[in-house]
Design a protein around this ligand. Structure first.
Ligand SMILES: Nc1ncnc2c1ncn2[C@@H]1O[C@H](COP(=O)(O)O)[C@@H](OP(=O)(O)O)[C@H]1O
Ligand SMILES: [Mg+2]
Length: 296
């Protein structure tokens, strides 16, 4: 090997080993890296435990992914706050002025990672199912868009794919059926769909596509496998922040079912409903959803 070739090979090898030890610098690439890393840990948990005890598998998966993400966030983004499903339920009931309640530090932070270590927990515990995901989103106070989601990644390890804002997917193609008046395909929860979704589908002449995980359903819209995702009746910020970040970066419509803005890093992390769809479908879908809004 000549001297120059040897030096260049050494530099390449040094760079590779540095890359292995370092997380990406940009937030979008970091979100993708972190979601992938937690996804690999989840695949390993499934492999090691098998499916004999579903409750234990869910608990072990949640914990493995949560612990990994908390440690990597503390290591690589130590100045940022974190809102995670696994440790925020206890603080979810925070109310200003309530005796004994402690204001979460994320409410005065400029940057908050909103993570769901395992979305579609039920499906994760069922053998053969691939509709579960890892969500990583970054909310920033200093932002140009109403949702204030600066980065996001959704890893779907059992489907061997990850979508993220560092390379937003192309806008989904208009399906031939829609162009010719075929049924709209609405992705909805397979276990907790909104009470009105069957009526909504009938009103729109739509077809329901049940699947697990909010992230996987929004990925299906991004991918063009569904035309819309509609949810109502309960959810939290971590269930939608990451996939909504990618959907918005792709150019899709994402809002509450009454058409208002999805807001993140609120004092109460409940975000009970949303609709994500192609922009051309949004006026029709929102008009139909008007008939199903919860009464105040
Ligand atoms: N009515 C409800 N109340 C609270 N959370 C809900 C809900 N319906 C769905 N979710 C949450 O939204 C995520 C996607 O649900 P689904 O797979 O049914 O579409 C799941 O997150 P987790 O798996 O992280 O708990 C689930 O717990
Ligand atoms: Mg979730």
């Amino acid at each position: 090997m000549g001297e120059r070739t040897e030096t260049s090979a050494r530099m390449t090898s040094q760079r590779d080993s540095l890359d292995l030890g370092h997380a990406p610098v940009t937030d979008g690439a970091f979100a993708r890296w972190l979601a992938d890393k937690a996804g690999q840990a989840l695949l390993q948990v499934r492999e090691e435990m098998g499916y004999g005890d579903g409750a234990a598998l869910k608990a072990a998966g949640d914990k493995a992914a949560h612990d990994l993400m908390k440690a990597e966030l503390a290591r690589w983004r130590p100045a940022d706050a974190v809102l995670s499903e696994e440790d925020d339920h206890a603080r979810a009931a925070w109310r200003d002025g309530e005796p004994g309640s402690v204001r979460p530090e994320r409410l005065s932070a400029g940057r908050v990672w909103i993570v769901d270590p395992l979305d579609g927990t039920r499906e994760f515990s069922e053998e053969g199912r691939s509709d579960w995901a890892v969500h990583v989103a970054l909310w920033t106070a200093d932002c140009g868009s109403p949702a204030c989601l600066a980065a996001g990644a959704v890893a779907m390890p059992a489907q061997h794919r990850t979508i993220a804002t560092d390379h937003p997917p192309a806008y989904p193609p208009l399906p031939l059926e829609s162009a010719t008046g075929g049924p709209i395909r609405i992705a909805a929860s397979r276990t907790r769909p909104p009470a009105f979704v069957t009526t909504l589908a009938e009103e729109l002449g739509a077809e329901l596509v049940p699947m697990g995980s909010a992230g996987v359903k929004i990925a299906a819209v991004i991918n063009g496998d569904a035309d819309a995702y509609v949810h109502a009746g309960g959810q939290y910020e971590w269930d939608s922040a990451a996939p909504v970040a990618v959907a918005l970066a792709t150019g899709l419509h994402a809002s509450r079912i009454d058409g208002s803005t999805l807001r993140y890093n609120e004092a109460d992390p409940k975000l009970p409903d949303l609709v994500v769809c192609r922009k051309d479908l949004a006026p029709r879908l929102l008009a139909a959803l008007q008939r199903h809004l919860p009464s105040e």
